[in-house]
Design a protein around this ligand. Structure first.
Ligand code: ZN
Length: 489
């Protein structure tokens, strides 16, 4: 099996990837909070962990990939105050919260399918794991690192920090953090300003609430990932990922929760993708540069000069290393579109190469370089550059100034198909809209039937029958008319 190194955010260095129970790998990635349409910011973590999921399976691991849907408990501003994001949307739109969740989950899945992001093995919802979350709260209370206050339960960060360091993931120090937060007034439910909610008592008007030993309420946002990660991957698992924006407080709190409940952090390797900026700016609704994926696919946002296919967006994201920042602009996307088309066409070029007794291209070396790129912290831009550099050699073979053996040609075709389709997940067909598909299908059937007509005119009835029988087998009904033919599906 290939030896993979991966950058672990928790240790701030590249580490050899050694799963706890190889060949099995447990991977948990924080999924979307489904209260709005999927946007450009959702595409990067989805694609980053899709590549990891695909690659680990490709090299022989059996991966259980859990990506949750947050449908309760994520409050505005990621803090312990404000309204629940989904409940707020439901109130404003006069919908049931689960209608909001259903609508935006379907939208998210639609966008992911178009981006050719494979579905995870399990996609659990927070609202379907209230019992597991309550059990987790109870265990933290039993360990002494949480307290009940006016019906809510809070994690005691100061007490925890006396025994286990709080802030290891983000590199923050509790004293600095405390001096940066407001002082608590005497009325506050929390004992310390850094304490975070494990369970919140709901106000009577709060739409989503459940019975618990402490109050009718709802779970804290950070808790769901600890509870669902443990349920599906065990008390200790290999990979936990997400965008860098989740590093603090979300993932930091997850480490504290699992350490408090189980005595140790649940996660071996923390992996975080960097963020996407738009023309150098952070994406945000107030900045007018908030672009949904549906707007990108259709080209309907004022910042867009054209529509961009899902595969262009996928390739654009893969052209940067997942830990680098990535700046979105029309120019960058147009360049990505050209690059992707060239790469996809390369397979055609390879398949048409004439073969010879000797090869001027070293396929084994190219293969080794491609694997080395991905083994080095999933370096997709280096992988892509190897494929492009080799394309020059391939062009020279096509031009007759180089040569390739039949055996090498087969290996090279396989190599390009494996890396482009299976691992990078690029798909030429998805570049086309479904209307375009219908056009291609219609054109192809018409062309075949024209060829059949010519065969008949030339009295080649064997050929004409063969075309008709094969089309019939594919579900195309052909009817001969005095003007030629008619067909239907
Ligand atoms: Zn999470």
């Amino acid at each position: 099996m290939q030896q993979v190194t991966i950058y672990n955010t928790a240790t701030r260095k590249k580490e050899e990837f050694t799963p706890i129970n190889a060949p099995h790998v447990g991977m948990y990635v924080c999924g979307p909070t489904v209260y709005g349409e999927a946007h450009l910011g959702h595409a990067r973590p989805a694609i980053t962990f899709d590549i990891l999921f695909r690659y680990l399976q490709h090299i022989g691991y059996k991966v259980r990939y859990v990506r949750n849907i947050t449908d309760v408990g994520h409050l505005e501003n990621d803090a312990d105050s404000g309204e629940d994001k989904i409940a707020k949307k439901a109130r404003l739109e006069e919908l049931e919260p689960m209608e909001v969740v259903q609508h935006y989950t379907i939208n998210y899945h639609y966008c992911m399918r178009h981006l050719n992001v494979l579905p995870p093995s399990i996609e659990p919802r927070a609202s379907a794991h209230i019992i597991e979350q309550q059990d987790y709260v109870q265990r933290i209370l039993n360990s002494g690192f949480a307290y009940e206050s006016q019906g809510s339960v809070y994690f005691d960060v100061e007490k925890y920090n006396k025994k286990h360091p709080y802030g290891i993931l983000s590199g923050r120090n509790i004293d600095d953090m405390q001096s940066n937060t407001r002082n608590l007034d005497g009325q506050d439910e929390k004992h310390g300003s850094l304490d975070f909610a494990l369970w919140k008592k709901a106000k009577p008007e709060h739409i989503m609430q459940w019975k618990s030993p402490w109050s009718k309420g709802f779970p804290g946002w950070h808790l769901e990932c600890s509870a669902m990660g443990e349920k599906y991957l065990g008390k200790e698992f290999d990979i936990h990922g997400g965008g860098m924006d989740l590093l603090f407080p979300h993932h930091e709190c997850e480490i504290a929760q699992s350490t408090a409940a189980n005595g140790k952090s649940a996660v071996r390797y923390w992996i975080h993708n960097n963020m996407i900026t738009i023309n150098g700016q952070k994406m945000g609704k107030s900045l007018g540069n908030f672009i949904t994926l549906a707007e990108l696919f259709a080209g309907t946002h004022p910042l867009l000069e054209q529509a961009y296919s899902p595969m262009t967006i996928r390739f654009f994201i893969l052209q940067a290393h997942y830990r680098s920042t990535l700046d979105f602009s029309n120019e960058a996307l147009q360049a990505a579109q050209k690059g992707m088309e060239k790469l996809l066409q390369s397979i055609d070029v390879i398949e048409k190469l004439p073969t010879a007794a000797t090869s001027t291209i070293n396929v084994a070396e190219l293969e080794q370089k491609c694997y080395a790129a991905l083994n080095d912290d999933l370096n997709t831009p280096i992988l892509i550059s190897h494929l492009f550099v080799a394309l020059r050699e391939i062009q020279s073979i096509a031009n007759g100034s180089g040569s390739i053996t039949a055996e090498d040609k087969e290996k090279l075709t396989e190599l390009y198909k494996t890396f482009i389709f299976d691992i990078l997940g690029l798909q030429p067909a998805l570049n086309q809209s479904s209307d375009a598909h219908a056009e291609i299908l219609k054109g192809t059937i018409d062309m075949l039937l024209e060829m059949r007509l010519q065969a008949k005119q030339q009295k080649d009835f064997a050929k004409s029958d063969e075309i008709r029988n094969k089309l019939t087998a594919l579900g195309v009904t052909v009817k001969d008319t005095k003007d030629g033919f008619e067909w239907s599906l």
